[in-house]
Design a protein around this ligand. Sequence first.
Ligand code: AMP
Ligand code: MG
Length: 304
Amino acid sequence: MSIERAAAALRAGDLVVFPTETVYGLGADAANSLAIARIYQAKGRPRFNPLITHISNLDEALKHAVLHEKAIALAETFWPGPLTLVATRHRDSTVAELACAGLSTVALRAPSHPLARALIAAFGGPVAAPSANRSGRVSPTTIGHAREELGDAAALLIDGDPCEHGLESTIVAVNAAGEATLLRPGAITRAAIETVTGGLAVPVPGSVEAPGMLASHYAPRARLRLNAEAPRGGEAYLAFGAEAPVGGLSLSLTGDLVEAAANLYAHLRALDAAGAETIAVAPIPSHGLGEAIDDRLARAAAPR
Ligand code: AMP
Ligand code: MG
């Protein structure tokens, strides 16, 4: 059965195209940072932007996010369905930091499409999935579009009808104080959201962690020195394509950019936690995923 095969592909760290009621998604095991890196590589984005993680219901969502009662009310009203909730990531969440692009928040949605639900149930864990299109192109609403866009990147495509909504999910952030902010208009109208929240804040720069804002992403305490061919005295070295000297780490021994992306956040954290004052980072090639890695490193290195 293709759902079982698709779940097995997710378990193996491969990508699966699947239909949802909004648009077709390119799914991966949300807990596997290597699989998440493959999504970014397939989409060809110049930056890591946070992905929506798909879960089966509110109980599952509560394992991954700290939800204010207003967020719970939204979930109870609109799930399963085209509403994505952004909230503080639960400390015990298994969702990879790369799927959240280093933000302290996580975006969660319980889709209503029967095939999406069957896949999540068969896999048994959270499935990270952006729209199944290459970066900068429109979201696919038919299996034909999805195959054209990303057929090569997926181990398997689940064939479904054209998407019911054909429009992305509405994204609402609910912070710890219960303030709801509309981050993206979508298949559920603002008015429908407001019947539950009583009002919606307008996004103010800085009020919600938005992708691409330096201050909101995880930034190491240590200073970063980029494009360092070798560490200087006292620096911890983050190597690429080679082994690191003692006290350092290598993003990828073989110079594999997908592996490097998958290791980036965990390695920065580990070197930071080890107390390095400065982390010297090897030059990263600027092609493919290297562009997103460089973007992330440049943000982490910016003066604060
Ligand atoms: P897509 O899956 O292609 O529809 O894109 C996902 C959208 O969700 C993007 O616009 C992201 O910026 C947004 N998103 C995902 N996670 C977060 C988050 N933690 N905070 C704010 N926006 C998010
Ligand atoms: Mg998209």
